[in-house]
Ligand binder design. Structure first.
Ligand code: FAD
Length: 441
């Protein structure tokens, strides 16, 4: 095992070392081009903890052959981390409706915070396919955990990197990459969800600073975030982005309770009551709706990959269950109706994988359009939700329990199909693109 990694490590220019004790063997890859060495790879556990998560990847069309060795290395290392750190605890945290904060450092270590942000700002310096694969593997564990990583990377680090000043980049990005600082993204308001351009949150120029008033709703990570990237209108009516820090007077983040979906993710409101915002906290390099939409493009791209992870987990569990569960004297996988479900699942997963991979290639070349990203997000999340529902049927009564991940994935995906643009809004985006006619209003 070690030898394989050694050859690969030399090829992609990383250092490697190995430690071991009776129950574990760890192999670390140290990327020399990172500002601070980043441990990315692997811990091979030989104990029973890992045996509880029996997930095996789904690759019916040899799509791994389209990936580079580095992609596979990153994918496998995150898969291994999810088996070790997420799978054993996630059901319990979801049942308790609590985000497992102790995994934040691990998420940072596997490169889940800012994978494609340049290394000089603490990011992973990876390509878009690596980013997608990281999201896929984390969501294979849980959509709520993936949401935390998506928000941190695409909705907080991306806008600071893309629209921020050099001072803002240096001040926030390294801490965000390490998980020392956690962020959230405030766009949605109580009366403006699908139509954020109508937002009421506003800033007024008060000479040495701005005064921010308004509120945001449904904000992932809000209850524990140290900073919030917030979008509000200035006096000219232009949407401006800014960084709001916990502790600023008049800024509160009440938690949203009673969710049946994304229960292992913390959601809350952002309330701004005459908050004094220093002028240096405003993003200098963007104005208008294109600011938040640019962030959403990056996050939606990650979701298109993430949803494949949830679908793969449901399929993997359903396939195994169908071979083990015996009714009428034979495994239920031997009935045509079960085979139809499984065959359609693996077909849809394969189509989604190819769509995501192609989108990743286009994104690496800066050629992925917002409309293509919408199509992939819509298709892949819907695909995952349909698979979760079919997998639930295959598990019979057991499918509604926390013994299997199915019901948790299914409930999570009800949020994923709504946030970052609803299923129907993405359909309208495609409709407008192909007809040239706006059907939104
Ligand atoms: C768990 C969770 C976490 C979230 N995290 C964040 C976050 O971190 N940051 C953030 O800013 N937001 C976040 N959101 C908000 C999310 O993006 C919004 O819920 C979403 O954009 C939809 O807005 P809405 O809920 O107000 O629904 P609405 O916009 O009120 O839509 C209701 C229904 O009407 C339909 N509809 C609306 N307009 C049209 C139209 N023109 N034509 C046809 N149908 C239409 C929609 O498709 C939908 O079915 C989160 C939401 C959830 C549930």
């Amino acid at each position: 095992m070690l030898l394989n990694y050694k050859g690969l490590a030399q090829k992609i220019g990383v250092f490697l070392y190995k430690t071991s004790n009776n129950s574990t063997e760890k192999i670390y890859l140290l990327y020399p081009n990172f500002s601070k060495y980043k441990t990315l790879l692997l811990r091979h556990k030989k104990n029973k903890e890992m045996a509880t998560d029996r997930f095996q990847g789904v690759d019916y069309f040899q799509i791994d052959e389209l990936l580079t060795e580095e992609h596979i290395l990153v994918r496998n290392s995150v898969r291994d981390w999810v088996k070790r750190e997420v799978s054993p605890i996630i059901e319990d945290y979801a049942q308790r409706a609590e985000f497992p904060k102790q995994i934040i450092k691990g998420l940072a270590d596997i490169g889940a915070f800012g994978p494609y942000i340049p290394a000089e700002y603490g990011g992973g310096g990876m390509d878009q396919i690596s980013y997608g694969l990281i999201m896929q593997e984390i969501e294979r564990g849980d959509s709520g955990v993936r949401s935390t990583a998506s928000v941190q990377s695409s909705l907080v680090m991306y806008p600071i990197y893309t629209y921020g000043s050099e001072e803002q980049r240096k001040k926030y990005l390294p801490g965000l990459a390490k998980g020392d600082l956690m962020g959230c993204f405030g766009l949605t308001e109580p009366d403006h969800g699908s139509n954020p351009s109508g937002m009421l949150s506003n800033i007024k120029d008060a000479g040495s600073h701005y005064i921010l008033n308004g509120s945001k709703m449904w904000i992932s990570n809000a209850p524990f975030a140290d900073i919030a990237v917030v979008w509000a209108k200035d006096e000219a009516g232009d949407i401006r982005g800014m960084v709001i820090e916990r502790g600023m007077e008049g800024f509160t983040t009440p938690e949203t309770h009673g969710k049946w979906s994304l229960r292992a993710s913390a959601t809350g409101e952002l309330v701004f009551d005459n908050v004094k915002v220093p002028k240096e906290n405003i993003f200098p390099n963007v104005k208008g709706l294109k600011g938040p939409l640019g962030c959403l493009n990056s996050a939606r791209y990650g979701i298109a990959w993430g949803a494949i992870g949830a679908a793969m987990d449901c399929y993997d569990s359903a396939l195994r269950y169908s071979k083990e569960r015996v009714q009428f004297g034979k495994p239920i996988g031997g009935f045509q109706l079960t085979q139809k479900k499984l065959a359609e699942m693996v077909t849809e997963i394969t189509k989604a994988q190819l769509l995501a991979w192609r989108l990743g290639v286009l994104k690496n070349e800066n050629r992925a359009s917002a409309q293509q990203i919408s199509m992939a997000k819509r298709n892949n999340v819907n695909m995952a939700l349909q698979i979760a529902r079919e997998a639930r049927q295959i598990h019979g009564g057991m499918g509604i329990t926390g013994e299997y991940p199915i019901m948790r994935h299914m409930m999570n995906l009800e949020s994923v199909i709504t946030y970052e643009g609803t299923h129907d809004i993405h359909l309208l985006i495609t409709g407008m693109d192909v007809t040239g006619i706006n059907a939104f209003n």
